[in-house]
Design a protein around this ligand. Structure first.
Ligand code: MN
Length: 237
């Protein structure tokens, strides 16, 4: 098995360097069996019917990856929480639930974006409940694309999730929440992104692996190969 885990690329029309780096990363892998994207692949997502050149390009890139036989899994983050089944069909990906257990390196492993572990951020958790509500999302999707784009811009400008992509502005996970999810899901390993604090943490006999965010300078991935896991940073420029 040769698999890459990535998250928090925060791709948009304004990140051509990161887009190019992602493309290069895919091209440079030999025999990649699986690519797992653990949320915030996109900086924003207004709906699977989005038809900007950027979105069309990214759909095609992911579709070409799965057409080459690479299994593609994608989770929603707090930025691209509106990613839906149509996007999954368009790209040949499997849309992951908020929490999914997958065997990684021979060990059942909990995959998640990571925002649900930041339980100290009460305001964000309230916001999350609202925007993950099916009725709220249906109401949003009933609006024309242009209006949704405007709303997304407004939401980013005013919401508690607004300001930046810096780690200092994102709360870290709550350790009790981490231990609870490991116990409840009956696993000894979790992999997540979101906090922009890439690291591997031992928690008793369990492990929490945190993926890193991508910037114009560097990117991060976790590589699984022959049951070995390595968290790696690479230069973009
Ligand atoms: Mn996030």
């Amino acid at each position: 098995m040769h698999r890459l885990f990535i998250s928090d690329l925060h791709l948009s029309e304004e990140t051509p360097e990161i887009e190019a780096a992602f493309k290069t990363l895919l091209e440079n892998q030999d025999n990649l069996d699986s690519l797992v994207i653990l949320g915030d692949f996109f900086e924003a997502w207004v709906g699977d019917d989005d038809d900007t050149d950027f979105v069309i390009r990214m759909r095609a890139l992911l579709a070409s990856c799965s057409e080459r036989g690479c299994e593609l899994m994608i989770a929603r983050g707090n930025r691209d929480f509106m990613l839906g089944e149509q996007f999954a069909r368009d790209t040949g990906a499997t849309l992951l639930d908020d929490e999914t257990v997958v065997e990684v390196g021979g060990e059942p492993t909990l995959l998640l974006h990571g925002d649900t572990l930041c339980t100290d951020d009460v305001h964000y958790q309230q916001f999350r409940r609202l925007v993950h509500d099916a009725a709220w999302q249906a109401e949003m999707m009933a609006k024309p694309l242009d209006e949704r784009r405007t709303l997304a811009r407004q939401l980013r400008a005013t919401s508690i999730d607004a300001a930046s992509n810096k780690a200092e502005d994102i709360m870290d996970v709550n350790q009790d929440a981490v231990r609870e999810r490991l116990t409840e899901m009956g696993v000894r390993r979790m992999i997540h992104g979101h906090t922009h604090r890439p690291n591997r943490h031992a928690i008793g006999n369990a492990e929490r692996i945190v993926l890193g965010d991508w910037t114009a300078c560097h990117g991060w991935f976790l590589r699984e190969r022959d049951e070995e896991l390595s968290l790696e940073c690479f230069d973009i420029i």
